[in-house]
Design a protein around this ligand. Structure first.
Ligand SMILES: *[C@@H]1O[C@H](CO)[C@@H](O)[C@H](O)[C@H]1NC(C)=O
Ligand SMILES: *[C@@H]1O[C@H](CO)[C@@H](O)[C@H](O)[C@H]1NC(C)=O
Ligand SMILES: *[C@@H]1O[C@H](CO)[C@@H](O)[C@H](O)[C@H]1NC(C)=O
Ligand SMILES: *[C@@H]1O[C@H](CO)[C@@H](O)[C@H](O)[C@H]1NC(C)=O
Length: 531
């Protein structure tokens, strides 16, 4: 009898704690390429746990194959541009970043980026129109009764869908330039004295001059961000919501921010209760390699292998760069597995194998792997951290140079400059990282930190999504800073009042002193006259 009671009460406790949302209904607003690779892991895990997931995607998507059968549902809507035009803009940006940005002036770079951003933003607005001008789609979404929206703020408008459907929403984000979105819209504190702006490539230990440029970099990025949202998105958001609002205000309503880094990678910094750090959620133990690949790896003997990839966005390099790299790879005793879809370089040596695609995670987890040559994307870095593999960084654009500085400072990587490096630099870097034990030791130390967490990153991400579904939001974690003006936030009004008090007090003291002084003087003068 007591056993039955006990079992019943345990069952009751279980269902009352976790059973409110046994199977939720999640709407996903994805971002392309590595962002989607990361979001997809969360989606898969949500499905594993019995939730139903719908990915809202447009017909010009560059990296999401919505025709394939998946365990989740695709809701596809039309946009008036083609996949190729989206790819072209991205290629323009990448080509500029890799080959031209270093030789162009600040003004030139600014104008080029602004031009590309203008076209990309116009395209993104067409994506948003694809949803908000499509009444059937909106009705269908409304009827689907979702519990939460999962989005990446790199493509706007999920906030508007959330508002229209009256749903809580959760961000997954790696970074925005100088953390403008996280700071200005999410209220994440970032004291410029010890939190280096993302993409500036500083560490948390800054000299006076570095702190100065760090502060200025924040300010410039803030101005640029406000200019960009003001001239493009604020009016769009006001129009769709039917009341005056801003892009940033809408972003600030996010219930949870899942940031794709962790303290194995980040410098220690202050954060808010609705910010969770889930870096490396896509990492998993290595699976056995396909037979032919395993043969190649085994044939490397005691020297082992080097894995080389520049990520999913950069398919090819210029002929000159590819030749430079290939001839360096030929000078090391290891076997190199290179993910590269460009034309085969003439200087390719017999120890180097080129593949269109490689199972990167499984290769990095292979016991024969000695080093990883990477462009420094966060996904790849996290796979290297997970498996404890030291890195040679050839960062290309975006957050990549900054990411590699983190790994270099932690002693797990050597970084090269893609524009200035010579063949010998790459050979030296490879030999250094493979032969000098400190790099491997540091990579292993980061790996141990990464694995020693109370909850795996993917479990933590899914926990908070389920949490938001169970409680219909997480507004109790949202700081009141969102409701303050900038002068209230910095207590300038309070400081002003206190200053006024101090000044008034000083005034009174000075006045009364001079009054007393004059009195005293007069009395002594009178005395003197009498004498
Ligand atoms: C999906 O299928 C449709 C129609 O069969 C086709 O037009 C479209 O290009 C396909 N999209 C992708 C991403 O494969
Ligand atoms: C990469 O290949 C594409 C198509 O083959 C070509 O248009 C582009 O110029 C190449 N990029 C570089 C950097 O060579
Ligand atoms: C190994 O690398 C570390 C860090 O760069 C350096 O301090 C050390 O002198 C190197 N050791 C050897 C034997 O080269
Ligand atoms: C703060 O803002 C939120 C929404 O923006 C609102 O619901 C809440 O009432 C505000 N709190 C105060 C104290 O104004």
């Amino acid at each position: 009898m007591t056993t039955v009671k006990w079992v019943l009460s345990v069952l009751f406790l279980q269902t009352s704690l976790t059973g409110i949302v046994m199977s939720g209904n999640v709407l996903v607003w994805p971002v392309e390429y590595s962002h989607w690779m990361n979001q997809k892991c969360i989606v898969e895990e949500l499905v594993n746990r019995g939730h139903s997931v719908t990915v809202l995607i447009h017909t010009a998507t560059q990296s999401i194959n919505y025709n394939q059968t998946a365990r989740y549902h695709f809701e596809v809507f039309d946009v008036p541009f083609t996949k190729q035009s989206a790819v072209d803009i991205l290629d323009q940006f990448i080509f500029f970043s890799i080959y031209e940005s270093s030789s162009s002036s600040f003004i030139q770079a600014f104008l080029t980026i602004k031009k590309i951003l203008h076209i990309a933003t116009a395209q993104q607005m067409q994506v948003c129109d694809g949803v908000f001008l499509n009444k059937d789609l909106l009705d269908k979404l409304k009827r689907s009764q979702f519990d939460v929206i999962l989005s990446d703020p790199m493509t706007p408008c999920a906030e508007l869908i959330a508002e229209r459907l009256e749903l809580p929403f959760i961000y997954t984000l790696r970074f925005s330039f100088a953390s403008t979105m996280e700071r200005l819209c999410g209220q994440l504190p970032a004291p410029p004295s010890f939190v280096p702006a993302i993409t500036l490539q500083y560490t948390d230990r800054m000299t006076f001059v570095e702190r100065l440029s760090n502060l200025l970099f924040y300010v410039i990025n803030d101005l640029f961000f406000y200019e960009w949202t003001y001239s493009y998105w604020d009016s769009y958001y006001s129009e769709v919501t039917g009341r005056p609002t801003t892009f940033c205000e809408s972003m600030g309503k996010a219930d949870m921010w899942l940031i794709r880094t962790y303290w194995d990678f980040e410098y220690p910094r202050p954060f808010l209760p609705n910010f969770q750090f889930v870096g490396g959620l896509h990492c998993r133990p290595a699976k056995p390699l396909p037979e032919d690949l395993e043969k190649v790896v085994q044939s490397s003997g005691d020297h082992g292998i080097v894995v080389f990839s520049l990520g999913s966005m950069v398919k090819n390099l210029t002929r000159e760069k590819a030749n430079l790299i290939a001839s360096a790879l030929g000078q090391i005793p290891q076997t190199v597995l290179w993910r590269y879809s460009g034309e085969k370089p003439e200087t390719l040596a017999p120890n180097t194998r080129v593949y269109d695609w490689i199972p990167q995670n499984d290769l990095l987890g292979h016991p024969k792997t000695k080093a990883f040559i990477t462009h420094g994307g966060t996904n790849g870095i996290y796979e290297a951290i997970y498996h404890g593999i030291p890195m040679i960084g050839i960062p290309l654009f975006g957050d990549q140079p900054d990411n590699m500085v983190h790994m270099e400072v932690k002693g797990a990587a050597v970084v090269l400059n893609v524009n200035q490096m010579k063949t010998q630099d790459l050979v030296d870097a490879l030999n250094n990282v493979i032969q000098n034990k400190t790099y491997k030791e540091n990579a292993m130390r980061l790996s141990r930190i990464h694995h020693d967490q109370p909850m795996k990153p993917l479990d933590r991400a899914v926990f908070w999504i389920e949490f938001v579904m169970r409680h219909k939001g997480a507004k109790h974690l949202r700081p009141e800073a969102h409701n303050l003006t900038w002068y209230q936030y910095h207590c300038l009004d309070v400081i002003g009042l206190l200053l006024a008090f101090v000044i008034a007090l000083l005034f009174i003291i000075v006045k009364s002193c001079s009054f007393c002084f004059r009195k005293c003087c007069k009395r002594s003068e009178r005395k003197r006259k009498k004498e």
